[in-house]
Write a protein that binds this ligand. Sequence first.
Ligand code: PEP
Ligand code: MN
Length: 262
Amino acid sequence: LVSRKKKKEDTIIHLGDTTVGGGKPVMIAGPCSVESYEQVRTVAAALKEAGITVMRGGAFKPRTSPYDFQGLGIEGLKILKEVASEFGLKTISEIVDPAHVEIACEYIDVIQIGARNMQNFELLKAAGDVKTPILLKRGLAATIDEFVHAAEYIVSRGNTQVMLIERGIRTYEKATRNTLDISAVPILKQETHLPVLVDVTHSTGRKDILAPCAKAALAAGADGVMVEVHPDPATALSDAAQQLNIPEFNDFYEIVKKSGLL
Ligand code: PEP
Ligand code: MN
């Protein structure tokens, strides 16, 4: 169902006035984790000012260590909803438990399925049973074929509103946190009709190369870019080393816009 052979036209996802796929690329930004109302509100105000319409923020955090911050859960989704309605933003947040998919639809506009859950088939099925758009991340070591099949799980249950996001794959290279597979972008665009985005934060894990990677993603045909922004990254409860602060985000966004690709 997700194959370009089955449907020639691009799938377009409507998030308020913003469309993802088939046209102008979108910039999605926001903190790694929802930490507090004030933290989210500070980012949202800055994003609104910059002209961003879609904000991310994790409430259920799949962390490598059980001793790390696990997220605010449903409380975090409530914060996102409250802040988003104040600023007129659309929201994306990760859900990790199939039992939370339905309730999440009440609070957020896009459900993210994270890299670690790309092949959590029960979660994919639950995501397929709702109408809320899904942002599906590529698994840590997933092939493109596995990624496409994961999307098929969702679409085959009836939810056609699926966006794919390349977030880097695990290779031997240590200069970046993951290896950004730029070639996945044109391949996914050719093989599927779904919007394809690139998460420059998690694929690179370093702030100094976000702008060139975002430009490369857009030049390769990506329908959007996602980046993490935090009011004070040094104190962030997750991904402290790689989130941009607000002035850094504004600089990054200007550089990407100046390229004419966005
Ligand atoms: C995230 O986007 O918050 C995240 C945890 O990313 P990934 O699933 O790609 O590691
Ligand atoms: Mn993160």
